[in-house]
Design a protein around this ligand. Structure first.
Ligand SMILES: [Zn+2]
Length: 127
């Protein structure tokens, strides 16, 4: 979860940095006396601006993908159950979960805490 947030921040920061670089190049192009260099800087500024837009587009797409994956993850439920006393708990499905996998010890009796079922919950669409 936290690594996903970090990646999301990087996706937001990259186009912002490119935008600032574009503005800096544009400022430089105004102050440069040499016309050839000035033109070159203007072109570089426009190219960087397009890069910023492209990074923003890529970032948005990755963000939406991640959000959809998160929604799908939330829709799968793992049922944990104690072999000994039958104490039952449900939680969100995690990667690597499979039925009959031993995930620890029962908090109540110390028996084997296993995954007894994995099922999909119907998606609740919020849109
Ligand atoms: Zn138990």
């Amino acid at each position: 979860m936290s690594s996903g947030t970090g990646a999301r921040n990087a996706l937001l920061a990259a186009p912002f940095i490119a935008l600032i670089a574009s503005l800096a190049l544009f400022m430089l192009s105004i102050f440069y006396q040499d016309e050839e260099i000035s033109n070159l800087l203007t072109v570089a500024s426009i190219a960087t601006l397009f890069t910023a837009w492209w990074l923003y587009f890529l970032g948005r797409r990755a963000y939406e993908k991640e959000k959809a994956a998160e929604e799908a993850r939330g829709a799968v439920v793992t049922v944990l159950q104690c072999e000994k006393c039958g104490f039952r708990e449900e939680r969100e499905f995690k990667e690597g979960d499979y039925v009959f996998k031993k995930v620890g010890e029962c908090a109540k009796c110390g028996g084997a805490w296993i995954i007894s079922a994995i099922y999909a919950r119907p998606l609740e669409r919020k849109r």
